[in-house]
Design a protein around this ligand. Structure first.
Ligand code: ADP
Length: 638
């Protein structure tokens, strides 16, 4: 079953990414803008409230300072001395004036501060509270003053103005004085002038720009002080000149135009102070927006205006915008972080599940393979056992074959042996008969001689039979250090009579360094017997029979024993099939075709080999390769 593969996260396409980034940027900008606007709105609102509060305080101060004297002219109007002065003919006026002056002085002393005076119908000051000062208003012509013009027309008036005598600005309250006796006709004007020094003092203490403008938009009081007598808007020079001469004691007005529109400033209005005035506030405050807040002063034609610097609001709004953008950034980062964490956790979980599945699969495969392997091992064990059994059977068969081959050789040698034994046996028979005869004749000495010869002959027979017994013995193959020359001699001994009979020349040259091999002596002897027998068979019809044994140490360290005969040699076919079982060129009953096969097996069994080839003289050449002594046995071997 195919394993479910964990899907890698799909990458976001590039246009989507750009769109997403663009969206984020827009979101940041919008949020920043919104925060800026909201913060600005509340900042301005707060500022408006503060400005309103400031206006309240300033208004209250002006009111208490200026308008509290508004009712004094009424008191003056009612005073009989004043009325008497205004009614008096010119010759009595001096006396009346003195009384009126004292009254006004007393009143003024009582109220503390303002100047109180009375004008006649020509606008001339006829009585004044400041009569005791050398510089007093008495006799001054104030007919040009707007309040006089209003008052003589029967209207109570109030105006800011600067007088010609002391050039002091003040607020004038004027009330027409009526004569009861003359049917309430206007006979003069009672005026009180409130000083605005206290207001001015307070005004200049203002930190933020603030000003008082009159109904003609002329600045009466200002902080900074240089703005005094400036106009809010540029005005025609002629009008300003007239106004200056009438109300401001000839003061030049409108030298500075603030260029501010105060429409709607009662609710607060954002204005920019003109650049050429920036140094009047402070160099660093130039050309900045200000919140202008204006208020009408009740009972006067004045408007108080305070300006609040909007810079802190802008800075605060900017900070709030930056903070909210940063908060949005943090929020987005938080979301991204959480998402990333979740994705990682999911990835880990998937990887863990995959690992678990892989583990399970691996375990399953290992189990399968283990089962296969144990099956294979069991099969192999079975095979090994079978092979061991087969090998044992083979070895037994081989041993039987070897034995059979030995017996076959013995059988072949039986004629020769019989011949060898028959001679001493006949001699023994004759000698024994002779010894018996000599003993009957009491010739014991001769009898004894005959018996000694018999003994020698039996020993000779024993020597013939002994090697045969050894050769025929059925023994297991055990490797030992074997003297090669001795093995050759033992094998040759078994053929002694045949060698003699067939006049075979035996040449034996065993090199001293190749004289010992590591093999089974009995088996080697059997191989050599087989080779010698075959060589004798091959040389049977040859006129010259020569059999040579040479040994040498091969380059591989093996002992190479060459058995060369001067026989008929091999045909090509014989050479090709020489070592095949049951290959023989001999007549039935003379050979089985097993000798060379068994010989090669015997030699290979203890690590050697057997090779065949033509001899240089035309006969056959067999090379018996024998293993050398193993190093450990070399030290112990004699
Ligand atoms: P067998 O002697 O019973 O025939 P072997 O295996 O000993 O069995 O020999 C097989 C054959 O090899 C022989 O029949 C013979 O033809 C050939 N052969 C063996 N030795 C020699 C030799 N020295 N010269 C020529 N031919 C030989």
């Amino acid at each position: 079953m195919p394993e479910p593969v964990a899907q890698p996260p799909t990458p976001i396409p590039r246009p989507h990414r750009i769109l997403g980034l663009g969206g984020l940027l827009v979101a940041f900008l919008l949020l920043g803008l919104l925060s800026y606007r909201v913060s600005e709105h509340y900042g301005i609102k707060d500022m408006r409230e503060k400005a309103s509060h400031q206006l309240d305080i300033l208004g209250a101060a002006i009111d208490s300072e200026v308008t509290r004297h508004a009712s004094i002219p009424s008191a003056v109007e009612l005073n009989p001395d004043v009325v008497a002065l205004l009614r008096a003919p010119s010759e009595e006026q001096d006396i009346r004036q003195a009384e009126a002056n004292r009254f006004l002085q007393k009143l003024n002393d009582h109220l503390g501060g303002p100047v109180i005076f009375v004008l006649d119908m020509n606008g001339r000051v006829v009585a004044s509270s400041d009569w005791i000062f050398s510089e007093n208003l008495l006799g001054s012509d104030l007919s040009y003053m707007p309040f006089f013009r209003d008052a003589v027309r029967g209207m109570p008036a109030r105006h800011y103005a600067v007088d010609h005598v002391r050039h002091e600005p003040g607020y004038y309250f004027a009330l027409p004085i009526r004569d009861e006796a003359r049917d309430w006709a206007i006979i003069g004007v009672a005026v009180v002038k409130s000083g605005i020094r206290e207001v001015e003092r307070r005004w200049l203490a203002q930190e933020a720009p603030a000003l008082i403008v009159d109904r003609n938009n002329v600045v009466l009081l200002a902080s900074p002080p240089d703005w005094r007598y400036a106009t809010l808007r540029p005005q025609p020079a002629a009008a300003l000149k007239l106004l200056g001469s009438q109300q401001f004691a000839g003061q030049a007005l409108g030298a500075i135009s603030l260029d501010i529109d105060l429409d709607g400033a009662d609710e607060g209005r954002v204005v920019r102070l003109p650049k050429h005035l920036r140094d009047d506030i402070a160099p660093s405050q130039g050309a900045r927006p200000y919140l202008a807040m204006a208020r009408h002063l009740p009972g006067t034609a004045w408007r108080i205006v305070v300006f609040s610097d909007l810079r802190p609001v802008g800075v605060q709004a900017g900070t709030h915008a930056a903070l909210s953008s940063a908060a949005l950034g943090c929020l987005l980062l938080g979301i991204l972080y959480t998402r990333q964490r979740r994705r990682l956790a999911r990835g880990r979980e998937e990887a863990r599940a995959m690992l678990e599945r892989a583990n399970q699969e691996l375990e399953r495969k290992v189990e399968e393979r283990t089962a296969d392997l144990s099956e294979a091992v069991t099969g192999l064990q079975r095979e090994v056992q079978e092979r061991q059994r087969a090998e044992q059977t083979l070895r037994a068969a081989q041993a039987e074959l070897v034995q059979a081959a030995k017996l076959a050789v013995l059988g072949q040698m039986a004629t020769g042996i019989t011949h060898e034994l028959s001679q001493p046996l006949g001699a023994i028979r004759t000698l024994a008969a002779n010894a018996a005869e000599f003993m009957r004749r009491a010739d014991l000495a001769t009898a004894e001689k005959n018996l000694v010869i018999v003994e020698q002959l039996t020993e000779q027979m024993g020597n013939i039979i002994g090697p045969l017994k050894t050769f025929a013995r059925k023994s297991p193959a055990v490797s030992t250090a074997v003297d090669v020359a001795q093995a050759v001699d033992s094998a040759l001994f078994l053929f002694e009579s045949r060698l003699k009979k067939e006049s075979v020349i035996v040449d034996r040259q065993i090199a001293p360094d190749a004289a010992t091999a590591w093999c089974d002596r009995n088996r080697l002897q059997q191989v050599l017997v087989n080779l010698i027998g075959n060589a004798l068979d091959a040389m049977h019809d040859e006129p010259l029979r020569r059999l040579s044994f040479t040994s040498e140490r091969a380059s591989s360290g093996m002992v190479a024993l060459a058995v060369v005969d001067a026989g008929c040699g091999f045909s090509e076919e014989a050479l090709a099939h020489l070592f095949e079982p049951f290959f023989t060129t001999k007549q039935p009953g003379e050979g089985l075709g097993l000798g060379l096969t068994i010989s090669r097996d015997i030699l290979r069994d203890f690590g050697g080999d057997l090779m065949a080839g033509p001899a240089p003289g035309g006969g056959a050449r067999f090379v018996v390769l024998l293993p050398p002594l193993p190093p450990e046995s070399r030290e112990t071997s004699p």
